[in-house]
Design a protein around this ligand. Structure first.
Ligand code: ZN
Length: 356
């Protein structure tokens, strides 16, 4: 099916609404994506089935088994219209800086902030792919602090009393561009922690490029190549000011995004935002695949219910949860025309065939 094809991807919101004007169009896409050769009953293999329950369930005419069309997707058992989910997933995949819950609330005309927040977080859960393959080739690795400047710190290695959170960054260095990315929160930057991250994130046989920090001394030479670049020496020699220019670029974009779109992120949720950043970065050349994956249509993905999701800790934290209600009922759709998104990365060069 065309889920991977770049040409399929709506170029802007107007294009998106022409492609998905209503729930029926969303449903058609859902069925085509899940059953590219047409629906087949999983029990008896018959292709003769009818739709019931407001087109959410197939019933096989041969053996009468019922199969939910949305089971296993993020849409399952949701009271929100399919079109609301599709719009949220589209905005989340196509807007370069992503979208905040407050913006989405406005875009969808939701009465409650929590509804928008929960919707985004459910989609965000689909951004963690446990079976993702490890990075390979030449991989830059470095650590960075997320959480802004703090007075009275003595250098970048001080941990005691520090409020910021340390994150390790690994990115594939290609000839003229960057490949795939991994981000992870770390509790320290000692050699055990860093090497553990590297082993889980990078294919053996790859070349690790790092600065001269001793935390990278644990890399086993029989498993990885390791190029340790002293930034000071490099500067003295008049070379590139950074040992890891790719990581620097990613880190700078990440911090701008966290500050700009989300106005800072609480420590409790940083994990989820890092996952979102990685997801978007690694699919920047394949937005349609990202869109389908978000909805649970692209890859096998356990859907999440509202139960496992924490309440908002964003600047809008004044919003208090009313009981256990998730509020996923109050949505008006479709809405008046929305401002056109700044545009998906359609101008970018085709990337690697592997998706994270
Ligand atoms: Zn059947």
């Amino acid at each position: 099916m065309g889920a991977q094809k770049r040409g399929d991807y709506p170029k802007n919101l107007g294009d998106f609404y022409r492609r998905f004007p209503d729930d029926a169009a969303c449903f058609r896409y859902l069925v085509e994506t899940r059953w590219p050769d047409g629906f087949r009953c999983p029990a008896c293999g018959s292709g003769d089935a009818r739709l019931m329950d407001q087109r959410r369930t197939w019933q096989c005419r041969a053996c009468r088994k019922q199969t939910s069309a949305t089971a296993g997707t993020v849409l399952h058992r949701s009271k929100l219209p399919l079109s609301a989910w599709f719009t949220a997933a589209y905005l989340m995949t196509s807007l370069k800086p992503g979208i905040s819950a407050l913006q989405l609330q406005g875009q969808l005309g939701l009465t409650r902030f929590e509804t928008a927040w929960l919707l985004l977080h459910k989609l965000r859960r689909a951004m963690v792919n446990p079976d993702r393959s490890r990075l390979s080739g030449t991989v830059e690795v470095d650590e960075t602090w997320i959480g802004g400047k703090q007075a009275g710190l003595k250098g970048g290695r001080q941990r005691k009393g520090r409020k910021a959170i340390e994150v390790v960054v690994a990115v594939e260095r290609r000839e003229k561009s960057l490949g795939r990315l991994r981000l992870e929160i770390i509790r320290d930057d000692g050699s055990e922690t860093l090497y553990d991250f590297i082993k889980r994130s990078v294919e053996p046989g790859s070349l690790i490029v790092s600065d001269a920090w001793q935390g990278y001394s644990g890399i086993e030479p029989e498993v990885y190549g390791h190029q340790s670049v002293s930034q000071a020496a490099q500067k003295r020699a008049g070379g590139s000011p950074s040992a890891v220019p790719g990581v620097d670029q990613v880190t700078s974009n990440l911090k701008t995004w966290l500050r700009g779109t989300h106005h800072g992120v609480g420590a409790d949720h940083l994990d989820a935002y890092l996952d979102e950043f990685v997801f978007r970065f690694n699919r920047r050349h394949y937005p349609m695949a990202g869109f389908a994956t978000l909805l649970g249509l692209g890859a096998a993905q356990a859907p999440t219910t509202g139960d496992g999701i924490l309440s908002p800790l964003t600047p809008e934290r004044a919003v208090r949860r009313r009981g256990r209600a998730t509020g996923l009922t109050s949505v008006r759709f479709p809405n008046p025309p929305l401002p056109a998104p700044s545009g998906p990365a359609l101008d970018a060069a085709p990337g690697p065939a592997t998706l994270a």
